[in-house]
Write a protein that binds this ligand. Structure first.
Ligand SMILES: [Zn+2]
Ligand SMILES: [Zn+2]
Length: 167
């Protein structure tokens, strides 16, 4: 969605609210398509001394398997959204500020700003809980339900020593 900010231009101190929802279900995060519900963004653009500042938040509910234990997870997330909208990129020193967005004919490309905020805010891991213990790599038991019966890996040097002592 394009948000027309031309009215804001002649209105220092003024602001324009916005609400937009985006479908990002075809975006993969860590190989998983967890964004099955619409991404909803709300906020406002404020004219602060002729600088357009966007503040708001992005929300959705993610669905997918936990990266460690593969349990189905439903997780509500909310990320803050801050951006500065500008007519022209002033600094040309090659350093790109990801929160600086160009206005196109006086309009802010909300889809682009929301998508960027969302991608930069997403955790690289999708976990059922921060301290998920995951599955045992040997028997596959879900270690969140308790320890499994696997013996700790024997030190091969100790095994050799035992063999020698037996002789
Ligand atoms: Zn888990
Ligand atoms: Zn095990």
């Amino acid at each position: 969605m394009l948000l027309n900010l031309s009215v804001l231009k002649d209105n220092p101190g003024g602001s324009i609210p916005f609400a937009v929802d985006l479908d990002l279900h075809d975006m993969s995060f860590g190989g998983c398509f967890t964004v099955t519900e619409p991404v909803v963004a709300t906020g406002e653009v404020h004219n602060t001394a002729d600088v357009f500042v966007l503040n708001g938040s992005v929300r959705t509910t993610l669905h997918g398997p936990c990266d460690r234990c593969a349990r189905p997870v439903e997780k509500a997330v909310e990320f803050p959204m801050h951006a500065v909208l500008t007519e022209a990129l002033a600094n040309d020193d090659g350093e790109e500020d990801p929160w600086l967005f160009l206005l196109e004919e006086g309009c802010a490309d909300l889809d682009d700003i929301v998508t960027t905020t969302f991608v930069l805010s997403m955790d690289s891991k999708f976990l059922c809980k921060e301290d998920c213990k995951g599955l045992c790599c040997r028997c596959g038991k879900d270690l969140n339900d308790g320890p499994c019966d696997c013996q700790p890996e024997a030190d091969p040097r100790l095994a050799v020593l035992k063999q020698l002592l037996k002789k």
